[in-house]
Design a protein around this ligand. Structure first.
Ligand SMILES: [Fe+2]
Ligand SMILES: [Fe+2]
Length: 156
């Protein structure tokens, strides 16, 4: 069975330019977060390569599940810091950042479920790449804003 997700993904408001952003250049100066970003980007690269070669492999599901766990921990780390910002000044930034974290987690969760259900890997790969693109965008835009805000507020 095949699913067509391209049109659904098109509806979402993620700028296509996000693919071109170099997230490795975004450094918080926060040891834990910078280390988490490095791990996530390298696991993401492995998953991207696996999804190109393998069809519905258990290894891909395991890697995606690991990815889902580590981004979950990472997002929690960032959200603890986000909630330390003065809410009145940063309300919009805090809520948009958290919404995007939840969207990325939901997409990875969806990709895992579709793989477990044996759906077409070509379509699932679109979800995975879309989620990774979202992660890059989140890092380059929202995380950079968070880093500036934390410095401005003298939290880190
Ligand atoms: Fe991040
Ligand atoms: Fe983030």
């Amino acid at each position: 069975m095949s699913i067509t997700l391209a049109s659904k993904l098109e509806e979402r408001a993620l700028p296509k330019k996000a693919m071109a952003i170099q997230p490795a250049l975004v450094e918080f100066g926060h040891a834990i977060i910078d280390h988490q970003h490095q791990n996530i980007f390298s696991l993401g690269a492995e998953i991207e390569a696996l999804s190109r070669r393998n069809r519905r492999s258990k290894q891909l599901i395991r890697h995606l599940y690991e990815y889902w766990c580590i981004i979950g921990d990472h997002f929690t780390t960032e959200e603890v810091l986000l909630l330390e910002l003065p809410k009145t000044r940063y309300e919009q930034q805090i809520s948009s950042h958290i919404v995007m974290h939840n969207d990325i987690l939901m997409l990875i969760n969806q990709a895992i479920s579709h793989l477990e259900d044996g759906l077409d890997l070509v379509d699932i790969r679109q979800i995975i790449l879309y989620a990774f693109n979202g992660f890059r965008y989140n890092t380059a835009l929202y995380d950079a804003q968070l880093a500036f805000a934390l410095r401005d507020e003298k939290i880190i």
